[in-house]
Design a protein around this ligand. Structure first.
Ligand code: TXA
Ligand code: MG
Length: 348
């Protein structure tokens, strides 16, 4: 199958309505289209059509037991997808939709098993990206969409990265420029006794607690799942976001980091914060040290750049574990296969 790439915008703030219409048609015909969202690009199909959804799994090489997020254009659609809309969901939708927040709730009978991977729950998100919004409207149905990468690769933040992974696997990619957030949405489940964050993202744990009170953070957010433990979010158990390079996260101050890297192989790369690159022969930067959003915005691109530059061994600076930094850390520890050292005193 030949993959067509069409610009999603006709002018600065004007949508390419022809391209959006075409995407809508392809989706109604039960095929898959890659679309931009504010977090990362998504691989979309009609969420009500189990056969269409199965093509997403095929294109990505995604394990069948990893459920998908359903994307909607209007808050009212939520009640079609879930058994019941609790008060907490209404509050979250009012505060953070459209935007980078996904909620998990017990599903309605409209959701095919292919979407929920056989779970009794469904994940729902209302994206803020104008193209995503317009494509959902053009398709006339909610769209199931995981990130538009091959399973195991970093999520794509622009159309070129989607094409790298999806060439000849899907009929259409809409090019809407670079994704603003750069990491996937925050996933919170309301299907547990207390709201629980399964994946941190652009909406922070601090923001969720300010709105809902007590909110748990799943163990798998910060740690490797122990053998045999069932993942609350199946996506958490897979090796993820993995570049080819071998990454080690080095905790400590910049000076400690520098001293640590000096003792290592000469051709090693560093993944550091902006302004620090001048101290190293091979460096890729990912945002500013005190700015989690700028790190999120750069992280996946930086991982792909390390591969493009042929990095074999990489030492990475560690982000702060608060605000959007928590989402950055969550992705980076997976990219590093959970290899973390303390610059001061060896392995931790
Ligand atoms: O920002 C995003 O969320 C992007 C864009 C395209 O919207 N999508 C995305 O989808 O990141 P995906 O499939 O790459 O990640 C969805 C995550 C996975 O970890 C999956 O296991 C989890 O959400 N998930 C989906 N449905 C779930 C459910 N019913 N229960 C628990 N976890 C679920
Ligand atoms: Mg993904």
């Amino acid at each position: 199958m030949k993959t067509e790439v069409l610009p999603a915008f006709a002018g600065e703030n004007e949508l390419n309505t022809e391209a959006i219409e075409k995407a809508g048609e392809i989706l109604r015909a039960g095929e898959v289209v890659a679309i931009p969202t504010e977090t990362v690009y998504g691989l979309a199909a009609n969420a009500y059509d189990g056969n269409a959804v199965s093509k997403i799994f095929k294109a990505k090489g995604r394990p069948q037991d990893n459920p998908l997020i359903v994307h909607i254009a209007k808050v009212e659609t939520l009640s079609d997808l879930v058994a019941e809309v609790p008060e907490a969901a209404k509050k979250l939708a009012a505060a953070f939709w459209p935007g980078p927040l996904t909620m998990i709730l017990p599903k309605s009978e409209k959701i095919p098993d292919a979407v929920s991977a056989g779970l009794p729950t469904v994940a729902v998100r209302m994206p803020s990206h104008p193209v995503a919004h317009a494509v959902i409207e053009a398709a006339g149905v909610p769209l199931a969409a995981p990130s538009a990468n091959l399973s195991g690769s970093p999520s794509p933040t622009n159309a070129k990265y989607v094409l790298d992974d999806m060439q000849d696997r899907i009929p259409l990619i809409l090019d809407g420029g670079s994704s603003a957030v750069g990491v996937e949405s925050t996933v919170i489940t309301l299907a547990t006794e207390r709201p629980r964050v399964l994946r941190p993202g652009g909406i922070t744990v601090e923001q969720l607690r300010a709105l809902l009170g007590e909110v748990d953070v799943d163990d798998a957010v910060l740690h490797k799942l122990a053998e045999g433990v069932r993942a609350a979010s199946p996506g958490m158990k897979y090796k993820h976001y993995a570049p080819r390079a071998d990454i080690t996260i080095v905790k400590g101050t910049f000076e400690e980091f520098r001293r640590y890297v000096k003792t290592k192989e000469k051709d090693a790369f560093v993944l550091c914060f902006a302004g620090e690159e001048k101290y190293f022969p091979h460096a890729v930067t990912y945002g500013r040290e005190d700015d989690g959003l700028s790190q999120a915005n750069r992280l996946f691109d930086a991982l792909r750049e390390l591969d493009e530059q042929g990095a074999k061994t990489v030492y990475a600076r560690c982000p702060a574990l608060s605000g959007v930094g928590l989402a950055v850390y969550n992705r980076l520890i997976r990219a590093a296969g959970f290899k973390i050292v303390e610059a001061n005193n060896g392995n931790i």
